[in-house]
Write a protein that binds this ligand. Structure first.
Ligand SMILES: [Zn+2]
Length: 429
């Protein structure tokens, strides 16, 4: 089930998207209070926007814009809204998104073709291990997508390994929809209860929320830990409430495919100009076919690379690589641009490390400094040297690394009122 447009030439896809963009712009200029005002304030004539390149004439939309003018983004009267969701608000206040009936239909279509991209068919049964309520869009999208695809779903929800295994044994699902680190909990439970993981009938996991691949698409420490115990395929997905669209890996697992009928993607630098091919940029999206809250050139804050070569799966569409990091966490260090996830990944490779914390500061001349505090039961110069070598090999630079007491690091990692361990302390600003 590959939509026809996804196997066309790059130029055909571009022309297709330009026609869709035109419709989206006309819709915004008629129905969106926010964009109507933007077009007026910046004297943008819609006739000036004919190609994807012309998008650069339109100012970008930021998370701050949506927070500040949330209601002005809604293009429909309240009576047309069916479902309300909110963003997770990991950085900043959550914002509200609304969906109309056609928006829910679009969401269902998006998720159905995303599942199909990962190889899921109407013969499959999927076990949902995320919440479907709590104003969370993704859980609902999964349900609607499975229904549209004609597959089956078991809505177990998040957590509770015992109930998850009970459902796996009872209903024999073939795929799991899951936060990848939770798979480690399922593995642990299975080992404790003599459940044969590889006889469970699970073929693969559609993963959400955490990276399990390196920049070159090989498995990172988390991905390797999972597959070392459980012979299943892992599919990465990248999605957000703002996009109402998922980028999901195909069988080739070389990045998440863009669906040209649903979204336009740009990768921009600090000046909001497109980055050179192969370089990391901030994903900036324009939604297509959305009725209630369409977005134009929305800067996601996620830094990543795009891959444009046709894929072995037959699709010719752009693929997005793993998220290198959040734009706010970008570090300029000794002439190199670094993101905390790459450093965390290197440190996670050393199983003898008990814990670590990464501190980022501004030094006297205004550039970034990195100090990594590590703890181990048996600290040694040899281990420290190995870690430094690994940094040099993978990231071309070695930050300052020092041994520290485990309790001191834990005090930094678990400040009062924090429910999750903090791995990065950013003291800049
Ligand atoms: Zn592919």
């Amino acid at each position: 089930m590959i939509p026809e447009i996804e196997t066309k030439s790059a130029i055909e896809i571009k022309i297709f998207q330009e026609a869709k963009l035109k419709i989206a712009l006309e819709y915004l200029s008629e129905n969106s209070p926010f964009y109507k005002r933007q077009f007026e304030n910046y004297a943008i004539a819609l006739s000036d926007i004919q190609t994807l390149e012309d998008l650069s004439k339109i100012p970008v939309t930021t998370k701050d814009d949506i927070q500040q003018f949330n209601d002005n983004f809604i293009c429909v009267p309240k009576s047309k809204i069916i479902d309300y969701v909110t963003t997770s608000g990991t950085l900043g206040d959550p914002v509200t998104f609304a969906l109309t009936d056609p928006d829910l239909e679009r969401l269902a279509y998006n998720e159905a073709i995303s599942f199909a991209c990962a190889g899921v068919s109407s013969e499959d049964t999927l076990q949902l291990m995320t919440t479907i309520d709590r104003r969370f869009m993704a859980g609902l999208a999964y349900f609607l997508g499975v229904r549209k695809l004609g597959a089956s779903i078991i809505r177990v929800g998040a957590g509770v390994p015992e109930l998850q295994w009970d459902s796996i044994i009872k209903f024999k699902p073939t795929y799991l929809i899951v936060v990848p680190s939770f798979l480690l909990k399922l593995i642990e439970y299975a080992k404790q209860h003599n459940i044969d993981l590889n006889a469970s009938g699970i073929k693969g996991a559609i993963c959400i929320g955490e990276a399990f691949r390196n920049d070159d698409f090989s498995l990172n420490t988390l991905g390797k830990k999972i597959t070392a115990h459980w012979n299943i395929e892992l599919f990465s997905t990248y999605a957000s409430t703002e996009m109402s669209t998922a980028f999901t890996e195909c069988k080739a697992q070389q990045g998440g495919h863009l669906h040209p009928e649903l979204i336009i993607a740009e990768l921009l630098d600090d000046q909001n100009q497109p980055v050179k091919e192969g370089e990391i940029g901030e994903l900036t999206i324009t939604t297509l076919g959305i009725e209630a809250m369409p977005l134009l050139r929305f800067k996601t804050g996620d830094m990543m690379k795009a891959h444009k070569k046709p894929c072995t799966c037959g699709r010719t569409t752009l693929r997005l690589g793993p998220i290198a990091g959040r734009k706010k966490q970008m570090i300029k260090y000794k002439g190199t641009t670094l993101y905390p996830p790459a450093m965390e990944n290197i440190l996670n490779n050393f199983s003898t490390l008990e814990c670590f914390v990464i501190e980022i500061t501004h030094n006297a001349i205004g550039t970034d400094e990195i100090l990594i505090k590590i703890a181990a039961q048996e600290p040694s110069e040899l281990l420290l040297g190995q870690i430094k070598d690994h940094f040099r090999a993978k990231l071309r630079v070695t930050p300052k690394i020092e041994w520290c007491d485990k309790y001191l690091i834990d005090a930094l990692r678990f400040p009062k009122l924090s429910r999750k361990p903090i791995l990065v302390i950013d003291k800049r600003k």
